[in-house]
Design a protein around this ligand. Structure first.
Ligand SMILES: O=C(O)[C@H](O)[C@@H](O)[C@H](O)[C@H](O)COP(=O)(O)O
Length: 232
């Protein structure tokens, strides 16, 4: 059994988003005030869109904030399934338009070929990352650590910043930050909306077999604080 750390339950997704946006904005500004710059890693998917909008309106010294993604589908940034597109359209707006964003996709033909260049492009990011916001799929994946993929072990064990992943249960080849990179953070938030995800989260707490549910790699460690923000 994995011991739960911080679990915060909200009546509505809007309540959750308001609180989480406040916390993230405060932590980013504290980082800028303390160290001169801050870093934020966000996830794609459908859950964080309203959070992105709220965050984009916050008073933060955004020009000192470096933003990247936890994972990306290997598609061009103008395509429907691109996480970069989501970030550009929903987060890098309003006050946050001046943030320094680096996407994970580059011009190489595959994530395997492009991985090293992506890692190099993130070399000037403040690390440990100040804030990481993760989502979770109902198969227990987070980032692009898919239980179905042959590359899962590499993504969870490499010391490299990035790893290539080819999921068999989800579209597109992917590039993902590694477990080592994600856990080298000051604060991780796990953003969960909907009862099916609460059920999966409780299943994830049952044991620490990361090959079945890779989200356990985040939940079972004690190096980096993980706060779960949940709303039905
Ligand atoms: O690119 C992605 O798909 C992600 O970054 C992924 O890890 C996501 O966070 C979960 O799959 C949850 O996705 P939803 O928010 O769409 O449920």
């Amino acid at each position: 059994m994995i011991k739960e750390t911080v679990f915060k339950s909200f009546d509505t997704p809007a309540d959750l988003e308001a609180k989480l946006a406040d916390k993230i904005a405060q932590q980013l500004q504290d980082a800028v005030d303390t160290r001169g710059k801050a870093s934020l890693v966000v996830s794609g998917g459908s859950t964080p869109l309203k959070l992105f909008k709220l965050l984009s309106q916050k008073l933060v010294d955004w020009s000192d904030v470096y933003i990247t993604l936890a994972d990306e589908r290997w598609v061009n940034a103008d395509e429907q399934d691109s996480n970069e597109r989501l970030v550009r359209e929903h987060l890098l707006q309003n006050r946050a338009a001046s943030a320094k964003f680096r996407g994970l996709k580059n011009m190489f033909a595959s994530p395997e070929a492009g991985c090293d260049m992506t890692s190099e492009s993130l070399a000037n990011f403040p690390r440990p990352f100040d804030v990481v916001v993760l989502g979770m799929g109902t198969d227990g994946h987070t980032c692009s650590w898919f239980p179905c993929s042959a590359e899962l072990d590499n993504a969870l064990t490499t010391k490299d910043l990035c790893a290539a992943v080819n999921p068999t249960t989800a579209p597109h080849a992917r590039i993902t930050l590694s477990k080592d990179a994600i856990l080298n953070s000051r604060q991780i938030y796990l953003h969960l909306v909907g009862e099916p995800k609460l059920t999966v989260y409780h299943q994830a707490l049952e044991n620490d077999d990361v090959t079945q549910m890779p989200i356990r790699a985040v939940l079972a460690q004690r190096k980096t604080p993980v706060d779960v923000f949940y709303s039905a």
